[in-house]
Design a protein around this ligand. Sequence first.
Ligand code: NAG
Ligand code: NAG
Ligand code: NAG
Length: 371
Amino acid sequence: MFVFAFLLLALSGLSGTLGTPQLEPQVQGTLHRRTYLYVGQTYIPQGNSSIAADQMYVEHLTPATITQPLPILFIHGQGMTGTNLLNTPDGRLGWADYFLSKGYEMYVVDQPSRGRSPWQPTVDGVLVPFDTFTVESHFTAVEQYKLWPQAVLHTQWPGSGSVGDPVFDRFYASTVPSLNSTTEEAMKIKSAGSLLLDQIGPVILMTHSQAGEFGWILADSRPNQVKAIVALEPYGPPFINAIFPPLTPNRIYGLTDLPVAYDPPITQASDIGRTVVSEIPGVTCFQQTEPARKLINLVDIPVLAVTSEASYHAQYDNCSVAYLRQAGVSVEHISLGDVGIHGNAHMFFMEKNGLQIVDQVIKPWISKIRK
Ligand SMILES: *[C@@H]1O[C@H](CO)[C@@H](O)[C@H](O)[C@H]1NC(C)=O
Ligand SMILES: *[C@@H]1O[C@H](CO)[C@@H](O)[C@H](O)[C@H]1NC(C)=O
Ligand SMILES: *[C@@H]1O[C@H](CO)[C@@H](O)[C@H](O)[C@H]1NC(C)=O
């Protein structure tokens, strides 16, 4: 049952207890109501009783006045939870607040088996954490590690991005272990996410990173319930890992680990012909062999792909976008550096200029999407 009380989003004042220095003064956000729901649970017999698995936590944020026709459903990436879109680690307002302030209803999930979505040790696969080296070198202090050429351009993370910096420490504290198998996660998201779309759709689906593939999978599963996809540095490139060794095969259905509908249809992943179209150090770019099959359930859904200037995705998002376009999907690809927004890496929505990015790049594009 809903409690019809509006909550004023007041970010914590971060009282100066040991190890958590005061970072930002209290910031008031947009008036909204917060509720949550769970979708997709399965009862699993256990002895003479049962437990539940597979359910997904969905946080529902409703502004005092909804002025936009479609809600936004956000799915975070590997190692993360829905906190990604709430406040930033240095206590500023996050993208969720921005969208609420523009009259969008928001749904922000924790992927199944992660965060507030339970992981059941007797049912679910092994969890793996992001260690601090991975977070620093891939996301927050990429300019120090220089694992790809564009990394040196990174300037927008608040603070040094390294262990011991209070903002890094707060961000790292928010990371959580994730299922080691993205295929397992994809199956859970497909099941729970499809039920969620049946309940709340149609929506604008916004994905980040690992969840990029969940965007294609959910749109394939419920094409009428997804009116647009905003893919923030989506999981890629097609068919093979890039940049970070081992550069092994992955995403056997192109951009997904699960089968999606192609036209002409496929009966197995190997039916999709592959050709190398470009190669740079660390990135082998495959497209389909012509004539290319269409991703038939995605061809009517507009996609905005966004890539930051200093992220490892700057090395291969063009290849993933080319794959989608070849398969008949209409994709607008915005590289932030090309529109005068410089110095961002993979977690750009929580970086110093995060609100500039959503206001100048995301909002103008989604405001054209109709129900
Ligand atoms: C279920 O099993 C537990 C022990 O495994 C036992 O203590 C309990 O009484 C059983 N409950 C029922 C309803 O049989
Ligand atoms: C995670 O999966 C990879 C293969 O995809 C495997 O090499 C690794 O051992 C797994 N990690 C754990 C902790 O099971
Ligand atoms: C993607 O960009 C790289 C340069 O970063 C270029 O070498 C490659 O040809 C591009 N690939 C496609 C498919 O556009």
